[in-house]
Design a protein around this ligand. Structure first.
Ligand code: GDP
Length: 424
């Protein structure tokens, strides 16, 4: 069976967790290939409601093997806490169904601290970090200034490496930010506590995946955030510090030879954006508040109100191209049911000229949206399970988006529950 990547088309929070939870039933393995605990996937199933940050969404399916690949920012402390929380609701997590790549670099306690110190320094110029240490972590990874999970198996070497890192990092903590230095005892207490707990899960997952692929096992790659947050292709600098695009999935998973034949891009039926940065079709005031509360648009990790607006065709088409999506999942269509007419941002006006091309980030600040309207359906569609059951206006909206962004909408989601969707 072929491999599949599930990715975000926009700014994140498109409902990827819900789609991975739905589709994991068709795959043997689910791999998280980038990012860390800075975003959240919401999954609702027979065990309850979960905000997953690091655990792959396949953790709820019996027989599915879940892997955190080498591209992930491996935060042992938060991962352990998340595992305990999920286990407390009756979900089994063992080294049989969760594996951590020995090549995943460790997010250390000072990464989170540095994130907060830097956001505080930036004050009103901040990027809107979730303060999970992701940017300091990836900077250090590429400076070769952290350790890999597999190094936990070699305590003497590990201690020496950490001592060197500590000496270097304390120069920044105290010299740049005036913060207290971290002691070796504090660092080792952390490593001992969480390293010991998670050691049984650490494996050569690259080799394991190569064997699994040779046996014909199918893999679902689960990404975090969306195309517009990609470090190379997003709205830099308001991006995350890793590649959120499907092309990175093989690299960050541990199976660089993989070619996901199917790329499911997840798009919300309207736009949301967390944190700072340009957001061309943003709504304010009463209309925004109405959409935000209808859609429950508050961050899974931070509880922050999300910025909202109509679907952005310009950004979405760019996201589809960047992700090389073969199929789309349009989520939260049910949220638009209250609207008399459905707003769509069809073009931007940049430097006084209309364009349907997503512009270079520096031009986004001055861009203005061109809004058109489609008829609303004004009825509850959350119980619809087939295309024909959807009101004509809702079908027309789906068909409009599909044509405008140039990719088949294969799944239409009309509720957060696993079965609340329509397959086309
Ligand atoms: P992710 O990070 O891309 O997984 O997205 P989030 O989990 O942050 O946001 C998606 C939210 O919308 C979650 O609360 C989901 O349970 C919910 N959701 C997903 N699809 C639908 C849908 O079709 N309708 C409704 N009403 N809620 C949905």
């Amino acid at each position: 069976m072929s491999n599949c990547a599930i990715v975000g088309i926009n700014w994140g929070d498109e409902g990827k967790g819900r789609m991975v939870d739905l589709l994991t039933g068709d795959y043997d393995i689910v791999v998280r290939n980038q990012g860390g605990g800075n975003a959240g996937h919401t999954v609702i199933n027979e065990y309850g409601k979960f905000g997953l940050h690091l655990l792959p969404s396949g953790i709820f399916r019996k027989g599915v093997v879940n892997i955190l690949g080498n591209g992930v920012a491996l935060d042992l402390e938060n991962l352990w806490k998340e595992m305990e929380e999920v286990r407390s609701k009756g979900v089994e997590i063992t080294p049989e169904n969760l594996m951590l790549s020995d090549r995943a670099s460790l997010l250390l306690p000072w990464h989170r601290e540095l994130d907060s110190l830097e956001e505080a320094r930036l004050a009103d110029k901040k990027y809107g970090s979730t303060k999970q240490g992701i940017a300091p972590f990836y900077s250090d990874k590429y400076q070769k200034k952290t350790v890999m999970a597999g190094e936990l198996m070699y305590p003497d070497r590990l201690r020496g490496r950490l001592a060197d890192l500590l000496e270097w990092k304390n120069l920044t903590l105290s010299g740049v930010y005036g913060a207290p230095k971290v002691t070796m005892d504090e660092l080792m207490a952390w490593v001992d506590e969480y390293g010991e707990k998670l050691k049984p899960f650490i494996k050569d997952t690259g080799r394991w995946l190569r064997n699994a692929a040779a046996q014909g096992k199918s893999i679902l790659f689960e990404a975090q955030l969306g195309a517009l947050r990609d470090i190379d292709y997003g709205i830099y600098p308001y991006v995350t510090s890793s590649n959120t695009i499907a092309a990175y999935a093989p690299v960050g998973s541990g199976l660089p030879s993989a070619r996901p034949e199917k790329v499911v891009g997840v798009v919300k039926a309207y736009s949301t954006c967390v944190g700072e940065g340009p957001f061309v079709c943003e709504w304010f005031g009463e209309a925004a508040e109405k959409l935000r509360s209808a859609g429950g648009e508050y961050g899974v990790k931070t509880g922050r109100p999300r910025r909202v607006g109509p679907i952005d065709i310009v950004a979405t088409r760019y996201g589809v191209e960047t992700q090389a999506a073969t199929d789309l999942a349009l989520t939260k269509l049910d949220i638009l049911s209250y609207m008399d007419r459905i707003p769509v941002c069809t073009k931007y006006i940049v430097d006084g000229r209309e364009t349907d091309e997503f512009p270079f980030p520096a031009l986004l600040d001055g861009a203005k949206p061109v809004i058109e309207y489609l008829p609303g359906w004004k009825s509850d569609i959350s119980g619809c399970r087939s295309w024909d059951e959807l009101p004509k206006e809702a079908r027309d909206y789906v068909l409009y988006v599909e044509k405008a962004v140039g990719c088949h909408i294969t799944y239409v989601s009309v509720g957060p529950e696993r079965e609340a969707y329509i397959m086309r």
